[in-house]
Write a protein that binds this ligand. Structure first.
Ligand code: NAD
Length: 474
């Protein structure tokens, strides 16, 4: 349900008068409330109070002489009812239309701005950190050296070997180094790979964590830890890996190459999109996800043209923070599951894979997530959300085909099987045929289209929308 519609309910009557509470009357009552998109018996219920009201009052609404008082109740648990509608009291009737939800607040302190990295010494001090181990990839040693100078005596050392997918052997080496230098905290300077290393160290040692994120991946705001051992990548949600302090300094993102910026930004958009239709979405996550999409869709085209545009970079980083917070707050679904399988099985690059897959999953989920689609369309006007996302990525020059990322065509069947293997929640049922069709289009770089799918709940290859827990993949 959109805010606009909610406002209409707030202003309009939640209790209407009707001559007879027939099915037809129910539909017209819903229409009077502005609820046009759902059939009367899907999520919205009209209950007759059985009380007769005076003829004069009834006449104002219906031309009959007497009427039953009707109350519109919203079934909070019905899948077609928007999760952002929560406990709500109608001004006119005192009728409570209630939506229950759970919102998990974030404990991470966030500092955002330009030049904010200069605050790292005081933020470390505020946490009681005296021996900070700086983490980075080999490509960001210069930025790390600047932070070492800034921290002065509080810098315990620099570990420069952070690597993609957080390999356990690298983590073990970093933990040994942290012990050697007597570190009491880590400062991860970089993208998801470096921040992942910080989390992996923290979960083994209990060290406090700070980060200076330099991409839009959003890992710094999540309790998700993904690690690779051999060829196997496992992902866990662990509250203890949440960072203590995140300092966003837009200046550090100016060096992120244009092509990486684009795909990293779309990676952030994917977190926001799946938060809009998450099983455990809540009003705050819905608002943040919408705002994230607005910021990223507004800023990424400018970043693609002028990577040194500080205002656009700040807007993109702001969107990435919001999207990362969504990823950390609510469960993800099919999109993150598919990307996790593709990254883990074929070693495809993380952000690029997200950029290719997103429009195809949105095409699949669209029919089951009208409110999410409406919010995406608000941020990205066009024929439909999936095509809008596909065209948007194309205009930015993002990759469109999994084959261009190195995935073999023979891997489509294997990937479809792996996507179907574990249970996870998705707004629309998922079956092998639909996943294979989606992957085939994504592999070839074709435009997204809604796959018919096999939604027969009796089929054992269907992952039902109403069962299993949310995918937790980053
Ligand atoms: P990345 O951290 O691997 O960085 C990509 C490359 O860009 C690296 O070589 C890095 O050194 C370089 N780089 C980063 N920032 C730069 C800058 N400002 N200037 C110049 N070079 C820069 O990429 P990523 O997309 O940020 O992270 C991907 C990894 O993060 C994946 O392993 C993914 O699974 C993980 N991830 C985890 C979560 C989570 O919640 N746990 C969320 C998102 C991503």
């Amino acid at each position: 349900m959109s805010w606009e519609l909610r406002e209409r309910i707030r202003r309009g009557p939640a209790r209407l008068l009707a001559s007879r509470p027939t099915r037809q009357t129910r539909a017209s009552t819903l229409q009077r409330l502005g609820i046009h998109r759902h059939p009367a018996d899907e999520g919205y219920r009209i209950r007759s109070t059985g009380r007769r009201v005076g003829a004069r009052r009834a006449k104002r609404v219906f031309p009959r002489r007497s009427a039953l008082s009707l109350t519109v109740l919203i079934d909070a648990h019905h899948p077609s009812v928007d999760a952002s509608l929560h406990e709500y009291r109608s001004g006119r009737t005192e009728e409570i239309l209630m939506k229950t939800f759970v919102h998990r607040g974030q404990i991470t302190k966030v500092v955002f701005g330009s030049g904010t990295r200069s605050r790292i010494p005081q933020e470390a001090d505020a946490l009681g950190c005296r021996r900070v181990l700086i983490l980075c990839t080999p490509g960001q040693v210069e930025q790390a050296a600047q932070m070492r100078d800034l921290l002065g005596a509080a810098a315990a050392g620099t570990f420069t070997e952070a690597a993609a997918h957080t390999p356990v052997d690298v983590t073990e080496k970093a933990v040994a180094y942290a012990r050697t230098v007597g570190a009491d905290s880590v400062l991860a300077l970089g993208g998801g790979s470096t921040i992942g290393l910080g989390k992996a160290i923290a979960v083994r040692t209990g060290l406090r964590q700070l980060a200076l994120p330099t991409t839009y991946a959003g890992s710094e705001m999540t309790p998700i830890l993904g690690e690779t051992e051999g060829r196997r990548k496992t992902t866990r949600r662990l509250p203890e890996v949440l960072l203590n302090t995140v300092v966003y300094d837009v200046d550090l993102t100016l060096t992120l190459p244009m092509a990486t910026s684009v795909v990293s930004g779309i990676n952030a958009m994917a977190h926001a999109v799946e938060a809009l239709y998450a099983q455990d979405r809540d009003p705050v996550a819905f608002l943040m996800a919408g705002e994230a999409l607005d910021s990223l869709i507004r800023s990424l085209p400018v970043v693609a043209r002028r990577p040194d545009d500080v205002a656009a970079r700040a807007d993109a980083l702001y969107g990435a923070w919001l999207a990362g917070t969504c990823l950390g707050t609510v469960g993800m679904a099919l999109h993150h599951k598919v990307c996790h399988v593709l990254g883990g099985t074929f070693g495809l690059p993380h952000a690029e894979t997200h950029a290719v897959v997103l429009p195809h999953v949105v095409a699949h989920n669209g029919p089951a997530a009208p409110e999410a689609m409406a919010r995406i369309a608000q941020a990205l006007p066009g024929d439909d959300a999936a095509t809008g996302l596909f065209d948007f990525a194309g205009r930015l020059g993002a990759p469109r085909a999994l084959r261009d990322l190195g995935m073999p065509e023979s891997g489509i069947e294997q990937a479809a099987e792996l996507v179907m293997r574990d249970g996870y929640w998705n707004p629309r049922p998922v079956d092998r045929i639909a996943v294979r069709a989606l992957l085939t289009r994504a592999w070839a770089g074709e435009a997204p289209s809604v796959s018919p799918g096999n939604e027969d709940p009796q089929s054992d290859s269907v992952i039902e929308a109403s069962t299993t827990t949310g995918a937790r993949h980053a």
